[in-house]
Design a protein around this ligand. Structure first.
Ligand code: GTP
Length: 390
C-alpha cells in the first residue's frame, strides 16, 4: 500500500484535486442564477481549468502519466497566478495593476526560453510570490468589505504561497538542491490550490446566504426595506422614543389609480414609476426617517421625533412634489397623484397600531377624492383597573 502510494503520489494528489474541483464547480454552477452569476465566476473557472492543465503537465513531466515529457509547469504556474489575480480583481471590483502584473508575468514566462532551470526557479518564485501577494491583498480587501470569510481563505492561501515562494527562493540561494526546492513548491501549490477551491466555494455560499437574508428584509424592486426590514431598522429608534416620550409619526403613501398606469403604459413602466417614487420619497425625507415599501403601490414612512402637524406638512410636500410635475419614464410623461394617510403617537409605539391608523387615514383620503392628505390622531389603548375602558 505504501509502495503504491509513493509510486503514484503525484497522480493521487491530482485525483483528489480534480475531484475537489469538480464537486465544487457542480455545487456552484447548480446554485447560481444564470442571469446574475457571482462576480468573477468566469475567471475563477478559467483559473481552476488552467490549474488542472498545469497539474496534468506536471504529471507528464514526472512520468506519472504515459506520454512524452512536457516542461510547461513553470509557464502554467506563472500564468495561473496571474489568472487568479484577475479573477480576484473582477470579484472585488478592483482591476488596478493588471497591466503591470501581466507584463511582469509575461516577461517571466519568456525567460523560460533564455534561462537555465535553476535560474528559472528563482524567476518563477519571485513572479508567483509578487502575484500571489497582490491577489492576497485584493481578496483581503473584499473579505473585510463584504464580510466574507471565503475571500479571507483565498487571501490566506495566496499569502502562504507567497511566503513559501520566498522561502524556497532563499533556500536555493543558500545552496538548497533545486529539485528539493521544486518538490517544496509543488507541495505548496497543492495546499494553496486546495485552499483556493474551498475559499471560492465558501465565498459564493456566503454571498448567496447574504443575498437570501437581504431579500427577507429588502424589497428587490426599490431596494427599500420591506415590512420586516422596517421593524428591524426601527428597533433602536422606537426604544429611544419610548424612553424619552418622544412623538413618532407615520405617513402611508399610495399611488392613485396605479392599475390604470400599469394598464396604459405596461407593467415594466409601472415598475419604473414605483422605483422613481421610492427615490423621490428618500430624497424628500430626512436621513433619520425610514422609507419602506409595504405593498404594491404603497410606501410607509416612519418619522422619528416628529409630531402630527410636522408629519402633515411633510406629507403635503410629498403630495405636491409628485402631483405638480409628471414623472418622466422612457421619454414618456406620466401624470400621477398620491393619497396619503398620517398619524403620530407619543412614547411607546406599536408599528402595527400606527399602521392601522395611517391605513384608516389613507382610506379617508381615497374616499375624499384622492390626491390629498388625511390624518387621524393615534388613540393608545388604556386599561384602568376596575373600569371597563378609559
Ligand atoms: N408595475 C407594478 N405593478 C404592481 C406591483 N405591485 C402591485 N402592482 C399593481 O398595483 C396595482 C395596485 O392597485 P390598487 O392599489 O388595488 O388600486 P389602484 O389602481 O392604485 O387604485 P387606488 O389605490 O384605489 O387609487 C395593482 O394593479 C397591482 O397589480 C409592482 O411591483 N409593479
Amino acid at each position: 500500500m505504501t509502495q503504491i502510494f509513493t509510486d503514484n503520489w503525484a497522480l493521487m494528489n491530482f485525483s483528489i484535486l480534480l475531484a475537489l474541483t469538480c464537486a465544487q464547480m457542480v455545487v456552484v454552477y447548480a446554485m447560481i442564477d444564470a442571469n446574475n452569476p457571482p462576480a468573477g465566476l468566469g475567471l475563477y473557472t478559467v483559473f481552476f481549468m488552467a490549474s488542472l492543465m498545469g497539474w496534468i503537465a506536471y504529471l507528464l513531466q514526472q512520468g506519472s502519466l504515459p506520454g512524452v515529457g512536457v516542461d510547461v509547469t513553470m509557464v502554467a504556474a506563472i500564468l495561473n497566478s496571474f489568472i487568479l489575480y484577475m479573477a480576484a480583481g473582477q470579484r472585488s471590483g478592483d482591476t488596478r495593476g493588471r497591466t503591470v502584473l501581466g507584463a511582469v508575468c509575461m516577461g517571466a514566462i519568456l525567460c523560460v526560453f533564455f534561462f537555465p532551470p535553476d535560474a528559472m526557479l528563482l524567476i518563477l518564485s519571485g513572479t508567483i510570490g509578487i502575484s500571489a501577494l497582490a491577489t492576497a491583498l485584493l481578496c483581503l480587501q473584499r473579505s473585510v468589505r463584504e464580510r466574507n470569510a471565503g475571500d479571507g481563505i483565498i487571501a490566506g492561501a495566496c499569502t502562504l504561497l507567497s511566503l513559501g515562494m520566498a522561502a524556497s527562493a532563499s533556500g536555493v540561494l543558500a545552496g538548497l538542491d533545486s529539485s528539493q526546492a521544486r518538490d517544496l513548491q509543488f507541495a505548496l501549490h497543492g495546499v494553496y490550490y486546495a485552499l483556493v477551491v474551498v475559499g471560492f466555494l465558501a465565498s459564493v455560499l456566503i454571498e448567496f446566504q447574504q443575498q437570501l437574508s437581504q431579500l427577507s428584509t429588502q424589497d428587490p424592486l426599490t431596494r427599500l426595506p420591506n415590512r420586516r426590514g422596517l421593524d428591524e431598522s426601527l428597533h433602536l429608534t422606537l426604544a429611544a422614543a419610548a424612553r424619552h416620550a418622544h412623538s413618532t409619526a407615520a405617513v402611508l403613501v399610495d399611488i392613485d389609480h396605479f392599475k390604470t398606469i400599469n394598464g396604459t403604459f405596461g407593467h415594466e413602466i409601472g415598475d419604473r414609476v414605483i422605483q422613481q417614487i421610492a427615490r423621490a420619497l428618500e430624497h424628500i425625507c430626512r436621513n433619520s426617517d425610514v422609507v419602506a415599501r409595504t405593498g404594491g403601490d404603497e410606501f410607509l414612512i416612519i418619522l422619528p421625533n416628529t409630531d402630527l402637524e410636522s408629519a402633515r406638512v411633510l406629507a403635503e410636500r410629498v403630495r405636491e412634489s409628485l402631483a405638480d410635475y409628471p414623472i418622466l419614464v422612457d421619454q414618456q410623461r406620466i401624470a400621477l397623484s398620491l393619497s396619503l394617510g398620517v398619524s403620530a403617537a407619543i412614547g411607546e409605539v406599536d408599528i402595527d397600531a400606527l399602521y392601522d391608523d395611517v391605513d384608516k387615514a389613507l382610506y379617508t383620503a381615497k374616499q375624499g377624492g384622492r390626491n390629498r392628505v388625511a390624518s387621524v390622531n393615534h388613540q393608545p389603548l388604556q386599561m384602568n383597573v376596575g373600569s371597563r375602558q378609559a
